[in-house]
Design a protein around this ligand. Structure first.
Ligand code: GRG
Length: 299
């Protein structure tokens, strides 16, 4: 036991993120209201806020404060929420529930849901650019951050993983192909969250390498646990329909390796995450506790 109070840490940072998201998002009545309502509906529906908290923790592990990175933290949550809105559409996973409420297209219709996702992705990059106006943040670092986020969200990252995931439905795939999907669809954005936070916080090259490696194993562990929860969870605990991977004939870690081996793999990845963070000494406590939370979570 590290003695670190993760609940208090998460509660305080979620509060900071929720206040900032509410402030950054255009108001419900801002013209044209339909799309702004749809954006606010999904972003402000809650969720664990893991990506923005990773941005903040990435800054903190190199000694910077949350306020240095808040626009970028919110941007990562907006990109993540756009991906959820689009993933839930009838043309993709066709889901009815997300974050404990009806999915965006069920409330606003497919066209507005698509546009709300597009708008969140676009607005995210506006926010990252605005991060350059904050004291202590170098505009050249912000350019690197824009490129890194674009890569993580695009065809070499999340979109690429989603494409291969869709193409693999109902097919037999190898463990290597499954790892490709997980690394690109999920780990890329989680890893980038941590590294852009560290970049904006002033990390040097060795610190960035350690954070990138830790983010990669954390992101992969997160998706393995997500696969396990889809088998073992429920609508009440997950806020979305459980068992959807099996229904959609998706190959998952538990389907390929079994539940126990999947748990062992996730725990091994978390140990790797924590060992890579060792170079940061006491400053790594929040991230190490967060890593344990990723494997122990129930939603
Ligand atoms: C549509 C380009 C595009 C990509 C979609 C995010 C995604 C890719 C699909 C959603 C389905 C899924 C299982 C994705 C893997 C990533 C993941 C586990 C998302 C859920 O993240 P959480 O648990 O959600 O952090 P909350 O609601 O807590 O933020």
């Amino acid at each position: 036991m590290s003695g670190f109070d993760l609940d208090a840490y998460l509660q305080e940072r979620r509060r900071l993120v929720d206040v900032a998201l509410d402030r950054f998002l255009p108001g419900e009545d801002t013209p044209p209201p339909a799309v702004h309502r749809a954006m606010r509906y999904s972003v402000l529906a809650g969720g664990k806020r893991l990506r923005p908290i990773l941005v903040i923790a990435g800054a903190e592990v190199v000694g910077a404060s949350p306020s240095t990175v808040m626009p970028t933290a919110c941007a990562m949550e907006m990109i993540h929420t756009y991906s959820l809105i689009h993933d839930d559409l009838p043309a993709m996973d066709d889901d009815d529930y997300r974050r404990g409420r009806l999915t965006n297209h069920k409330v606003f219709g497919d066209a507005i849901a698509i546009l709300a996702g597009d708008a969140l992705l676009t607005y995210a990059f506006q926010l990252v650019a605005q991060n350059a106006a904050l004291a202590g943040v170098d505009a050249r670092v912000v350019c690197d951050v824009v490129a890194e986020i674009a890569q993580a969200a695009g065809t070499r990252g999340m979109v690429g993983g989603q494409v291969v995931d869709i193409e693999s439905e109902g097919k037999t795939i190898t463990p290597e192909q499954l790892e490709y999907i997980h690394v690109h669809k999920t780990a890329a954005l989680l890893r980038a969250s941590l590294t852009v936070g560290a970049r904006l916080g002033g990390a040097d090259a060795p610190a960035l390498a350690a954070v990138a490696d830790a983010g990669q194993s954390l992101g992969l562990a997160f998706q393995i646990v997500d696969d396990i929860l889809d088998v073992e969870g429920s609508l009440e605990t997950l806020g979305k329909t459980a068992g959807s991977d099996e229904r959609k004939q998706k190959v998952t870690y538990p389907a390929l390796h079994g539940i126990e081996a999947s748990r062992r793999e996730a725990r091994g990845l978390i140990e790797r995450t924590k060992s890579r963070l060792g170079v940061f000494g006491a400053r790594s406590a929040p991230l190490c506790a967060l890593a344990d939370f990723v494997v122990e979570r129930k939603s």
